[in-house]
Design a protein around this ligand. Structure first.
Ligand code: IZC
Ligand code: ZN
Length: 455
C-alpha cells in the first residue's frame, strides 16, 4: 500500500496547537448547513494571486483538538499571540500550495458485512433487477448469510480495512448501519463492532440500527412473513438493541416489496420512543411514500430519493421552509452502479430549498466505493451539482444529516479540528480528477492521522 495510516487520533496529553499554512485556498464552509443558492458558497479564503507564500495567504489555527481561527496568516499569528496562545506550542503543517477543506462526513454507509457480491454486477448487465435478485434469495440476503457467519474479529478487521480506505479519501466522520444480521445476536455484533471501531479511531463512527433492511430467510417461508418479522423487530430485536445502547439512529428500507410506509412508521416511532433518532431509505427505486414519511416523523434525513413522488418532494420543500428541514441524502454512486438511468432530482430539491447531502452508500451490492471524492464526481456529472455544491454536500450538510453540524463539517472556531489537505490548488479540482489519489494529509481532532508519502 502506498500510504501510511497513523493510528490514534485522540487528543494528545496537555493542550497543544497546530498551524496549517502554505495553502492556496482554505474552504471553511462557515455559516451552517446550506440550501438554495447558498449551497454554491463554500466560504473559501484564497491566497492573493494564488500565491501560498503570500503573507496574507490563509492559515488554520487549531488548539487542543478544536479550530481556533481561520484567516490571513499575517493577521492570524499576531491575533493568537495577542490572545496569549504560546506560538511555540503550535506544530506547523505546510499545505504546500494545496487546498484545505473540512474533513469529509459520510452520512450513509453499510460499513460492516461479510463476503462480496461481484456476481450481481454481471447478472444486472444481463438484465436482472435489484429487487428480483433479492427476491431470489441473493442481494442483501446473500450478504446476511455471509455476515451471520463472520466473527467479531473478522468484522473488526474488515471495518479497519475499509475505514483506512475512507480516511485515505478524506473522510473523518462516518455513519455505519447494521442490517446484515437481521437476528438479534448478529445485529448486536455489528453495532458493537461499529462502536469499537469508532473508539479505536481515528475516524468517528456513528452506529445506526437497520434491522428492517430485508425480511430474513427464517421469516420468508411464513405466509405473513413480513408482518411477523416487523412484530419480532418491535417486540424483541429493537428492545435488545436499545438495551445495548450502541445505536444512535434507526433506519428502515422503505420500498415497495420490502417494508411499507406503515410498517416503517411503526418501527421508527417505537425506535424514537427508545431514543434512536429516525432516518430512512426512501424512494430508492420507485415512489413509495418514503419522503413523505421522513417529513411526518421529523427524521434527520431521507436517503436515496432517486424516485420521490411529487408529494414527497413537496413535503421536503415544506419542511425546509417551515424551519424543520429533513436533509435529502443523495447517493448517486448507487444509481450509477445499478446502471439505472433515473437519478435523484437534485436540482429541483436545491431550487426548492431542501438541504442536500451526499454519501457513498458503501455496501457490497449497489455501491462498493468508499470514496466521497468519487461520489462528488458522479454527483457533478449526473446530478448536475457544481463542485462547490458537491463539497458542501459532503461536509457541512452531511454533518447536518447526522445532527453534527455544530461539531464537524466546517472550519470555524470551536469545531473539531478535522481537516484535509488536498494536492490541488483549488477545491473545484477535487471532483475534476476522478480516481486520482488527491488527499495528502488528514487531520482529526488536531492530530495528523494520515499522510501520503511524496511519490
Ligand atoms: O446490500 O443491497 N439498497 N440496501 C438498500 C442496499 C441497497 C444494500 C445492499
Ligand atoms: Zn443504504
Amino acid at each position: 500500500m502506498g500510504f501510511r495510516v497513523i493510528q490514534g487520533g485522540r487528543a494528545p496529553e496537555g493542550p497543544s496547537g497546530l498551524l496549517v499554512e502554505g495553502a492556496a485556498e482554505v474552504v471553511t464552509m462557515a455559516g451552517g448547513p446550506r440550501s438554495g443558492t447558498a449551497l454554491n458558497d463554500p466560504a473559501a479564503i484564497v491566497a492573493p494571486g494564488g500565491e501560498p507564500r503570500d503573507p496574507a495567504a490563509p492559515a488554520v489555527a487549531c488548539w487542543d483538538g478544536r479550530v481556533l481561527a481561520v484567516g490571513p496568516r499575517d493577521e492570524l499569528l499576531p491575533a493568537l499571540e495577542g490572545s496569549g496562545y504560546p506560538l511555540e506550542r503550535f506544530a506547523r503543517l505546510d499545505a504546500a500550495g494545496g487546498t484545505v477543506t473540512p474533513g469529509l462526513v459520510d452520512p450513509h454507509t453499510h460499513l460492516l458485512f461479510g463476503g462480496s457480491r461481484e456476481a450481481e454486477l454481471v447478472l444486472r448487465q444481463r438484465g436482472a433487477g435489484y429487487l428480483e435478485i433479492l427476491a431470489a434469495g441473493g442481494g442483501i440476503l446473500s450478504t446476511v448469510e455471509a455476515t451471520r457467519g463472520a466473527s467479531k474479529e473478522a468484522l473488526l478487521e474488515h471495518g479497519r480495512r475499509w475505514l483506512g480506505e475512507m480516511l485515505s479519501h478524506g473522510t473523518t466522520t462516518v455513519e455505519a448501519k447494521s442490517g446484515y444480521g437481521l437476528d438479534l445476536p448478529t445485529e448486536l455484533r455489528l453495532l458493537e463492532v461499529a462502536h469499537q471501531l469508532g473508539e479505536e479511531g481515528p475516524i468517528d463512527v456513528l452506529p445506526t440500527w437497520l434491522g428492517a433492511h430485508a425480511v430474513p430467510p427464517e421469516f420468508r417461508t411464513r405466509p405473513d412473513g413480513t408482518e411477523a418479522y416487523v412484530r419480532y423487530l418491535l417486540e424483541e430485536q429493537l428492545p435488545g438493541v436499545a438495551a445495548q445502547g450502541r445505536a444512535r439512529f434507526a433506519d428502515v428500507f422503505c420500498e415497495g416489496g420490502v417494508f411499507t410506509p406503515d410498517q416503517s412508521r411503526r418501527i421508527l416511532s417505537e425506535a424514537a420512543r427508545l431514543g434512536l433518532q429516525p432516518r430512512l431509505h426512501a424512494d430508492e427505486l420507485a415512489p413509495s411514500g418514503g419522503a413523505e414519511l421522513a417529513v411526518e416523523l421529523g427524521a434527520l434525513s431521507a436517503d436515496h430519493l432517486a424516485a420521490p413522488s411529487a408529494e414527497g418532494s413537496e413535503a421536503l420543500a415544506h419542511a425546509a421552509s417551515d424551519g424543520h428541514p429533513v436533509v435529502a441524502v443523495l447517493l448517486p454512486a448507487t444509481t450509477w452502479f445499478l446502471m439505472h438511468d433515473h437519478y435523484a432530482p437534485a436540482r429541483t430539491l436545491v431550487d426548492r430549498g431542501v438541504p442536500i447531502a451526499l454519501a457513498t452508500d458503501f455496501n457490497p451490492g449497489t455501491s462498493p466505493t468508499a470514496s466521497l471524492p468519487l461520489v462528488m464526481t458522479v454527483a457533478c456529472l449526473t446530478l448536475k451539482l457544481s463542485p462547490s455544491e458537491a463539497l458542501a454536500a459532503c461536509t457541512v450538510n452531511s454533518a447536518a444529516a447526522l445532527g453534527l453540524a455544530e461539531e464537524v463539517g466546517s472550519l470555524e472556531a470551536g469545531r473539531s479540528a478535522d481537516l484535509v489537505i488536498w494536492g490541488v490548488p483549488n477545491h473545484r479540482q477535487i471532483p475534476y480528477w476522478p480516481g486520482a489519489a488527491l488527499v495528502r494529509t488528514v487531520v482529526k481532532r488536531g492530530r495528523v492521522v494520515f499522510e501520503r508519502p511524496p511519490a
